[in-house]
Each structure stands twice: as C-alpha cells, then as structure tokens.
Design a binder for this molecule. Structure first.
Ligand code: COA
Length: 319
C-alpha cells in the first residue's frame, strides 16, 4: 500500500518584528494585556512588496533543501492561504512559476487557519491513490493586509509567515490519518466579509471576530478532533510525542493539551514569537521544532487546524 511521509520541512518569517510595545504606541493596549490574554510577545510583518507567494517560495526552498530534492522533482503543489496574491491566478500557480517549474497541478486551499491540515489531507489522498509521488504542501499568509490596525481586539493577534513540507510516497506511514470538518453555520464569528465587485470592495476588507465565541469553539473542536484522529489512526494519545495545535493563543493551546490529558511538555508553542499566522502556523511550528532537533525522526506528531468557516481538522503523522 502506498503511504505518504514528510521528507522535508521549511519555513520563512519576514525579518521585521513588531513588538507589543510598538503596537501600544499606536493603539490603546499594553504588552501586559496582550501577553496575559494571548501569550503573544511579538509577530513578524511582511514588507509591503512581499506577497504570500514570496514567503511561500522561501519556505519551499528550505523544505526542498531539507528533503534533498529540486522543484522539478515535485508533481503537486498545494498552497493554503486566505491572503492570496490575487483573486486569481492562485498563489500556488504563482509559486510554481517562482520555483521555475511548470506542468504539475497547482492550486490553493481556502480553509483559513485549518488550510494547512486540509492541504495535507488532500495531498495524502493524491499520493495514496498512486497518481502523484512528491507534493509541496504550503501554508503562507500576509494577514497584516486584512487587519484593521486600529482594532485592538484583532490586530494584536496576527502575524505573517510561511511554512512548507515535502510529502513523498513510501511504504511506511507517514501520515496515519487526517480528519477534516467544517460548520458553515458558524461563518459569522470569524470572517473578512467583503468581495471585489465592479472595481470596488463591497463589504469589509478587514478581519472581524467574536473573540469569546471563537475561543470556546476552538477549544471544544481541537479536543474532539484530536481524539477522533487518534482513533482513526489506531494510535493512543499517550503515544503522541508532540501536539501542534494551530497557534492562535497560548490559552487555547494550554486548555487543549489539558483537556486531552497530555503533558504540557508535549505541546509545541510558537505563537508567543510568531503571533497567529493562520494557515502558516502549523508548518512554521513544525519546521522550527524539527530544526531545533526536538521533533526527531520516528516521533509521532498530531497537527491541528481550526479557523474561519468554521473549519477544523487534525493529522497524525510519524516523522
Ligand atoms: N488591549 C487592551 N484591551 C483590550 C484589547 C487589547 N488589545 N482587546 C480587547 N480589549 C478589551 C476589550 O475592549 C474589553 O474591554 P471592556 O471589558 O471594557 O469591554 C476587555 O479587553 C475584555 O475583552 P474580551 O474580548 O472579553 O477579552 P478576552 O479575555 O476574551 O480576550 C481575545 C480577547 C481576543 C484575546 C480572546 O477572546 C481570544 O483569544 N479569542 C480567540 C481569538 C483567536 O484565536 N482567533 C483566531 C482563531 S483561528
């Protein structure tokens, strides 16, 4: 049976760091409030000239290097993003051109902060079916572009960045199971309710959020989907070495690991330094812990997404 395995990880953070103190100079907030409610200390913000495909390109180059592969070896490109370069063509097509290759399918996945886990599930199915052998799955975001920088309830939470993995066909998993869900009836609690029509933006181009409702929903579904994925994989939660939930807020992460009865030491946290980078957060965190030598070959890692839609999902992998 063909299975898919992560054979390389990479990530990229734009160099510019914006601290909480810097935000507090512009809006009515404080480093103490942001850290206490979210655990976030800083976030990286892209230059005006940098787009999601630029960030994705850097992350992909690093993932390809780590895998010992060239872009020409890739036969499927999936980019998870809610901040695409354009309405169309897709960021994945633009990334493909920047990688200097052509021919293989390339498309975007729009599942907001669950986008990377959705992409992983899709690529895993392509590889298992035998039609494709090596996929780039990328999460890339410039959320700084869809924030109202005067809205202290949202702008302090997010950052920009990209993360990528190379998935390759093999005989051993790899990806044991991916479980995906959505509930469109919750669309209103986290959204950017605007669109382009007749040369104008109709509605709002900025992120809107009911913070409390999002918080409660996220903790509930992250717990449920971790259990469901462990059952689907036939692997006990006690065998999972690392939990990488979508990096939204330290309090959400800590509540999740506690509800699951897992040790705090197994929780991967990067939101303190990255902020919430939406679809990029999970592969960014994965790459950081792989490169630090904490996540090692053979370790079992539960990756989880949750975000606008509402969407949520998890993937349990052996590295
Ligand atoms: N600085 C200072 N005060 C702030 C603030 C900020 N950046 N943002 C909000 N406040 C104020 C509010 O105006 C409110 O003031 P009031 O009591 O005078 O009305 C007070 O702080 C409490 O606001 P509340 O929204 O109840 O705080 P909270 O404890 O729920 O924390 C969030 C707010 C946004 C941090 C929290 O709800 C959260 O993290 N939600 C999930 C967000 C998320 O992860 N979204 C992405 C998911 S993919």
């Amino acid at each position: 049976m063909i299975r898919s395995r992560i054979v390389g990880t990479g990530s990229y953070l734009p160099p510019r760091i914006v601290t909480n103190d810097e935000l507090a100079k512009r809006i009515d907030t404080s480093d103490a409030w942001i850290q206490e409610r979210t655990g976030i200390k800083q976030r990286h913000i892209a230059e005006e000239s940098q787009t999601s495909s630029d960030l994705a390109l850097e992350a992909c180059r690093r993932a390809l290097d780590a895998a010992g592969l060239k872009a020409a070896d890739i036969d499927l490109i999936i980019v998870a993003t809610s901040t695409p370069d354009f309405v169309f063509p897709s960021t994945a097509c633009l990334l493909q051109a920047k990688l200097g290759v052509k021919g293989c399918p390339a498309f975007d996945v729009q599942a907001v902060c669950s986008g990377f886990v959705y992409g992983l599930g899709i690529a895993d199915n392509f590889i298992r079916s035998g039609t494709h052998k090596r996929a780039l799955v990328v999460g890339a975001e410039v959320f700084s572009r869809i924030l109202d920088w005067n809205d202290r309830g949202t702008c302090v939470l997010f950052g920009d960045g990209a993360g990528a993995v190379v998935l390759a066909a093999g005989e051993q998993p790899g990806i044991h199971a991916t479980v995906l869900h959505a509930d469109g009836s919750q669309a209103g609690i986290l959204s950017v309710p605007g669109n382009v029509c007749g040369g104008r933006i109709v509605g709002s181009p900025f992120l809107q959020m009911q913070g409390n409702q999002v918080f409660k929903f996220a903790v509930k579904v992250l717990d449920e989907v971790a259990r469901e994925t462990a059952v689907a994989a036939g692997i006990g939660l006690d065998q999972v070495d690392w939990l990488i939930p979508h990096q939204a807020n330290v309090r959400i992460l800590e509540a999740t690991v506690k509800k699951l009865g897992m040790a705090r030491e197994r929780l991967v946290v990067t939101v303190d330094r990255h902020g919430n980078t939406s679809a990029a957060s999970v592969p960014l965190a994965l790459d950081e812990f792989v490169r630090a030598g904490k996540i090692k070959p053979g370790h079992k890692v539960m990756m989880q997404g949750v975000g606008g839609g509402f969407t949520w999902g998890a993937s349990l992998v052996t590295m």
